[in-house]
Design a protein around this ligand. Structure first.
Ligand SMILES: [Zn+2]
Length: 307
């Protein structure tokens, strides 16, 4: 469903059967004509038991780090962290790559305790102050400011909602089921992004189930991916509203709107939505089956489980 990724896999993959690229290419090829399995991909990832709890974000990053860099580059962005002393001298200037931007989910914005992804995204780039950092030019320790900016925006921007966190009061990992407000579009300094995929996790820390909702690049409908079942979502989530609320969204994927055809796709989407009077819907509908018996969940190796 991520066309650029699939095309890169199809055009740049060698014949080495030990690579993830090779097996992804086969998977995509077979899927065009029939049902298939993911055995080879699982084997490359070292997954023997699919019922053991896993973290979707961790394996997303594993796959990207295993494929050819040409193939994974559409997901890769760069962040620049600049530290300045109180006099404005630059004491550190570091740029590093990222696959996902983790949002803390702290400080829900309204009284309903709904976390705003838009606010959290802004918060991520807010400067922070640290005291006692040494500046060579001032020749002393001063209060410093660390600024973060996106130096290279990725084609596909993936936001990770940090639902699985260590709770120091309970001394164990917990899942945060907080409701999040997910915007249709995100704007950075240089580009606009449009949401096209959501990975959901339903269930608890110990047992749950992953599904995904995706809008293909050439279609205005959304589809629910639940194991081997793919069904069309009855409603269009952003027909009348600019955001939707979800208690299960875990990974959010935004596609950069840069080329004229993507802009057009975006514009058409809005036009059709304005002309329709169906009530706003929630992406929660039709989500998925929970399977407590299948401990198929999240970021949870043994140590993360509740005691
Ligand atoms: Zn200084």
């Amino acid at each position: 469903m991520t066309k650029d990724f699939r095309e890169a896999v199809e055009s740049h993959c060698g014949q080495d059967q030990k690579t993830a690229d090779f097996h992804l290419k086969n998977l995509f090829k077979t899927l065009k004509t029939s049902e298939t399995h993911t055995k080879d991909i699982l084997s490359i990832l070292g997954i023997e038991n699919v019922y053991k709890q896993r973290d979707a974000a961790e394996y997303f990053e594993s796959i990207l780090s295993m494929v050819n860099p040409y193939v994974s580059k559409i997901f890769k962005g760069h962040l620049k962290h600049t530290t300045r002393c109180s006099e404005g001298h630059v004491t550190s200037d570091k740029t590093g790559p990222f696959w996902t931007l983790p949002l803390s989910m702290e400080n829900p914005s309204d009284s309903n305790k709904t976390y705003s992804v838009r606010e959290g995204f802004k918060e991520f780039f807010k400067s922070s102050t640290v005291s006692g950092m040494y500046c060579d030019q001032c020749n002393e320790k001063t209060d410093s400011t660390i600024a973060c900016k996106m130096e290279h925006p990725p084609e596909i921007l993936t936001l990770l909602l940090k639902r699985f966190e260590f709770d120091y009061h309970r001394m164990s990992y917990v899942k945060n089921d907080c409701c999040v407000d997910v915007p249709h579009t995100l704007r950075t300094k240089n580009c606009d992004y449009e949401l096209y995929a959501v990975v959901d996790h339903v269930g608890s820390l110990r047992g749950g189930h992953y599904t995904a909702k995706i809008k293909p690049y050439d279609d205005h409908n959304w589809y629910v991916f639940d194991d081997s079942y793919v069904t069309q979502l009855n409603s269009k989530p952003f027909e009348q509203v600019e955001s939707f609320r979800s208690q299960s969204a875990y990974l959010l994927m935004y596609r950069k709107l840069d080329s004229p055809d993507r802009q057009m796709n975006h514009a058409t989407d809005h036009k059709s939505s304005l002309g329709d009077s169906t009530p706003p819907c929630s992406l929660e509908t039709g989500a998925s089956r929970t399977r407590a018996e299948e401990e198929r969940k999240a970021p949870a190796p043994q140590k993360r489980q509740r005691q």
